[in-house]
Ligand binder design. Structure first.
Ligand code: GLU
Length: 388
């Protein structure tokens, strides 16, 4: 066995591992509800499917430019301007195999040994692993349920040092659903003006799933003077239920986009040509269904929050966005030991979730409520029975 030091630094993704385990158990005939992966259960919109078929029929099955077709770059630029308020020419847009690859390439392309990345915790499982693989150091910025899992500019500034290169900013956030309102981002931007080395990776993949009264806010729109050090990542996976298509898009300074594409030219080459055609349809086609999907997610959120808070020993705040709940199970830890043991116990009772420790949380678990209401109700019954 020959494992590189870089690979030895990282663990497998626990979100995908738990989902694979649930799939395996189902294939063995077990009745398991999987609320482990963040994947909308809605069908991919018909106009996207039609564009996918049309691309195949038109023979769009060959290589494309590494960073995406010019057509998709223009469509992604339209998305950034229309949906996030970030104006960028197509030359400052790149396309990758999912948002995950854009983040991976951004870190690999920029981090040197000793560079630090501030990551608000609880965090999405892949941020720290990507940073470790790229040779950077993760600096956790702990946030708490009582603060809606948000940090302030002062909290952030306390973590910034001479080696800080990036801040990961994910709003709406996975796994907490935290949403940063414009005024908080403006004060974070103001503070960052005093720290010119620090770049920001703004992961806006959950932007359309926002339950607050305020429109989605993002640093790239609010602080255009910082544009030369903000990389904004978005995509179609969560917004258009296209997780399997693997298309992510990013916009940032030209040098960084070019650096990411240089790496991509050797890692994967272009993202799937068929998926790119589908993503053009997603960005350019009708968007009105998004509001309806968001309302359906809101109803599911309300159902899960009420059901979980009614179970003795479990509690969860109400997330402001995305489709995750971070459930606190601290009162049960004496019985179960730790949250991984609790997760296995819940799996035995037919529900797959991801333990909070996977996200640098503790004594709890993440529920993805991107499932229909009947499934969510049954899952909550099973959780109640399992911990009773
Ligand atoms: N981002 C989703 C999640 O957290 C998809 C799986 C993954 O890539 O982690 O469940």
């Amino acid at each position: 066995m020959h494992i590189s030091p870089a690979l030895a630094r990282i663990a497998p993704s626990q979100t995908t591992a738990m989902t694979d385990r649930a799939t395996q158990l189902r294939e063995e005939g077990r009745d398991v509800i999987s609320l482990s992966v963040g994947e909308p259960d809605f069908a991919t919109p018909p106009h996207v499917i039609a564009a996918t078929k049309a691309a195949l029929d038109a023979g769009q099955t060959k290589y494309t430019p590494v960073g995406g077709t010019s057509r998709l770059k223009r469509a992604a630029a339209l998305h950034f301007a229309r949906d996030l308020g970030i104006e960028a020419p197509a030359s400052q847009v790149t396309v990758s195999a999912g948002g995950k690859q854009a983040i991976f390439h951004a870190m690999m392309a920029t981090l040197s040994p000793g560079d630090e990345v501030i990551v608000p915790a609880p965090w999405w499982v892949s941020y720290p692993e990507i940073i470790h693989f790229a040779g950077g150091k993760v600096v956790p910025l702990h946030t708490h349920a009582k603060d809606n899992y948000r940090f302030t500019a002062a909290d952030l500034e306390a973590q910034i040092g001479p080696n800080t290169l990036w801040l990961m900013l994910n709003s709406p956030g996975n796994p907490t659903g935290a949403c940063y309102p414009a005024e908080m981002l403006l004060s974070i931007g103001e503070m960052l003006r005093h720290h010119p080395r620090v770049m920001v990776l703004s992961d806006d993949i959950y932007a359309p799933i926002n339950y607050t009264d305020a429109p989605h806010a993002t640093l790239g729109r609010l602080c255009p003077d910082l544009a030369d050090r903000i990389l904004t990542v978005s995509g179609v996976s969560k917004s258009h239920a296209m997780t399997g298509f693997r298309i992510g898009v990013a916009t940032g300074p030209e040098w960084l986009i070019q650096a990411m594409e240089r790496l991509q030219s050797h890692s994967s080459g272009n993202p799937c040509s068929i998926s790119q055609a589908a993503a053009v349809a997603a960005f350019e086609g009708p968007q009105d269904f998004l509001a309806d999907w968001c309302e359906r997610f809101r109803a599911r959120r309300d159902l899960v929050v009420a059901a979980i808070n009614a179970i003795p020993g479990l509690s969860t705040p109400t997330p402001d966005g995305a489709f995750y709940c971070m459930v606190d199970a601290a009162p049960l830890m004496e019985r179960f030991g730790d949250d991984s043991a609790l997760a296995l116990h819940l799996l035995e009772h037919g529900v797959a979730i991801v333990p909070a420790s996977a996200f640098c949380g503790h004594d709890g678990f993440r529920i993805s409520f991107a499932a229909d209401q009947a499934t969510l109700e049954e899952a909550c019954h099973r959780i109640a029975r399992a911990v009773a």
